[in-house]
Design a protein around this ligand. Structure first.
Ligand SMILES: [Ca+2]
Ligand SMILES: [Ca+2]
Ligand SMILES: [Ca+2]
Length: 313
């Protein structure tokens, strides 16, 4: 939607240039060259114009569904006392969003507060099950703990990575990016960035909930997964685990979709910690490939039966 909106503006700009070009047709080569230069300049500016906006309203983001079509997460179930690490959400006000735009994949967490000192001071991760095998293959996140705040991409540890108990993260990240206004935001939930919101304090701690938003280049995700032998594209089905942490080597604060459970031996799926299946660009859940294959088989059988009955008539 971002691109459609900005694209419309760009179209109007280009259209006005085209109209003036028609009016001035025949006035010589110099004007054509100037026009080409303007077009080229606009084209060069396009990445900035079409760029990712971490503060954009939730209407431009995909709210991520968990099992039973719910949007978690319970309040005050984080490991430590800090509401800044408490992911909070409900059916009408989701705790977790995704957005693909302009070659970047972004995620947004809703947490309970901006605890003192100001700004997000912990870590937050999205674990990707990029081949639907049940284990987490890569982590995309933010690490503001200690010095050198950054957004990055981390590999999973050597364990199974199929449950909270067996999941770990290799620190430092394989790739990291300095936080800028183009890849990071930590801002209060407002009527502007959350249109239609009925509450700005879901965990009822008297402090405004916050949106933690971050983007990484999609090509970097693809490259990192390729080193693990996983082919990943904008159309790949995936499931996600979202969690907060105190450091960048384990998911030790709040697991989205799970009430507590940070040391559980149950699988992510059994715990309800995995999202429904999405592709990086889908705006609603997509069927898992196995389900899709069954649907295709059922559809084909149905068509054959109908054809057979028609043939009899
Ligand atoms: Ca929570
Ligand atoms: Ca709050
Ligand atoms: Ca939780």
């Amino acid at each position: 939607m971002l691109n459609a909106f900005n694209g419309n503006i760009m179209f109007r700009i280009m259209k006005s240039y085209r109209i003036s070009a028609v009016r001035n047709a025949g006035r010589g080569l110099i004007q054509k060259l100037v026009l080409s230069a303007v077009g080229a300049a606009i084209f060069c500016l396009a990445p900035a114009v079409f760029g990712q906006i971490p503060t954009s309203p939730t209407t431009l983001w995909v709210p991520i569904l968990y099992g039973n079509n719910n949007f978690p997460d319970p309040s005050a179930d984080q490991q430590t006392g800090s509401a800044e690490s408490d992911m909070v959400g409900n059916l009408s006000q989701p705790s977790f969003y995704m957005q693909y735009t302009n070659g970047f994949l972004g995620f947004r967490f809703r947490v309970g507060a901006d605890a003192s000192p100001a700004g997000f001071k912990g870590a937050a991760f999205v674990g990707l099950d990029a081949n639907l095998s049940g284990s987490l293959d890569l982590f995309i996140g933010v690490n503001n703990q200690g010095s050198g705040d950054s957004v990055g991409i981390w590999f999973p540890g050597a364990g199974l990575n199929t449950s909270p108990k067996t999941t770990s993260i290799v620190s430092p990240p394989t790739l990291s990016y300095s936080e800028t206004s183009l890849n990071y935001s930590f801002a209060p939930v407002t009527a502007v960035n959350n249109p239609g919101a009925s509450s700005f304090d879901l965990n009822a701690d008297g402090r405004t909930d916050q949106f933690l938003t971050f983007y990484v280049p999609f090509s970097a995700i693809v490259s990192a997964l390729a080193t693990e032998g996983i082919t990943f594209s904008l159309n790949s089905p995936m499931q996600l685990v979202a969690a907060t942490a105190t450091q960048d080597n384990s998911l030790n604060e709040d697991l989205n979709g799970v009430n507590g459970g940070i040391n559980s031996v149950l699988t992510w799926q059994q715990l309800g910690g995995t999202t429904q299946t999405y592709t990086p660009t889908s705006t609603t859940p997509v069927p898992e490939p196995s389900v899709l294959a069954l649907m295709v088989v059922a559809g084909t059988l149905g068509s054959l039966l109908v054809a057979r009955q028609k043939a009899r008539v």
